[in-house]
Design a protein around this ligand. Structure first.
Ligand code: ATR
Length: 282
């Protein structure tokens, strides 16, 4: 069997997913290919999706700007995708097109791989999420599901943070903060997760908040991976905190998607360093 896989989104010509899934196919000793299927925003999405579905594809990833657009074209959504309201992985199974979202779980897997101790005594640890966009939503859901009991959200616009907090059905405690309040209370948190695009190339000198009050025992995480070490992570490191890189989320969301398509558990060993090198060369 040859796995026909791919990616839809726009623009995606520089996506790293073909490299990642090519490595996974090799590691799992499977025949297959993963192709870029860019859908121009001026094209008919419905027509393009029909075409892709009819080409014998077994599964595909979905990226910006189509993570919500894809939903009406699917037969089923798994629970996580349903609650987040966004799909990044589709599988064709027994004639049905099923949508999943592996972003948040990928993030948590990457974090656990790097900092297993963060996952002990989770009920006593305090998490702060900065930002309230699509990425924050997936991460909040996954962090909540993994058992943390206090997960606060700080965002420029309060209303978006409040919408995300609705995912919490009284399981954990969530306070909504302004970015200034987050700066002031920063010392309370064991894990700080930056989920916005602030600090991404070309605006590499920007940081969403000052880390002046960070607890040196905390882990500071940034989902931005261009550059690999953002100004936010540099500041965290200077202040003695541990840091967690954004490119690892890319790797582990892909690992989980690959599991959904092939039922194979592939390791990401060495790929972290290789991916870092590829990104640093850009
Ligand atoms: P994604 O889906 O990739 O997460 P998004 O939905 O556009 O992206 O979300 C962007 C997030 O980054 C939001 O939380 C946004 O804050 P607002 O809700 O107030 O818009 C945040 N954001 C973007 N630029 C920002 C900036 N310069 N300062 C602070 N927050 C910013």
């Amino acid at each position: 069997m040859t796995y026909q896989l791919g990616l839809i989104g726009y623009p995606i010509q520089h996506s790293l997913s073909p490299w990642i899934h090519g490595e996974f196919l090799d590691k799992a000793n499977l025949q297959g290919n993963y192709k870029i299927m860019e859908i121009d925003i001026n094209d008919s999405f419905a027509e393009k999706i029909e075409q892709i579905k009819n080409e014998g594809i077994m599964g595909f990833n979905v990226t910006v700007p189509y993570k919500q657009t894809i939903i009406p074209f699917l037969d089923e959504l798994d629970d996580t995708a349903k609650q987040i309201g966004a799909v990044n992985t589709v599988v064709h199974q027994e004639g049905k097109w099923i949508g999943y979202n592996t972003d948040g779980i990928g993030y948590v897997r990457a974090l656990e791989h790097a900092y297993p101790e963060l996952f002990q005594n989770k009920s006593k640890k305090k998490v702060l999420i900065l930002g309230a966009g699509g990425a924050a939503r997936g991460i909040y859901h996954a962090v909540l599901t993994s058992g943390y009991m206090q997960i606060d959200i700080a965002n420029r616009t309060k209303e978006s943070a409040e919408k995300i907090a609705l995912l919490n059905k009284n399981k954990a405690k969530t306070s909504i903060l302004t970015l200034v309040e987050a700066e002031q209370r920063l010392a309370n948190y064991d894990l700080i997760i930056q989920t916005t695009s602030v600090g991404m190339k070309p605006n590499t000198d920007q940081t969403i908040i000052s880390l002046e009050n960070v607890n040196p025992a905390a882990v500071v995480s940034d989902i931005v991976y261009q550059p690999i070490k953002t100004s936010f992570l540099q500041e965290a490191e200077q202040r003695g905190a541990s840091i967690h890189f954004g490119h690892t989320m890319l790797l582990y969301q892909a690992q989980f998607a690959f599991e959904i398509w092939t039922k194979e558990n592939v390791s990401t060993d060495q790929m972290d360093e290789e991916l870092k090198k590829i990104l640093e060369g850009r």
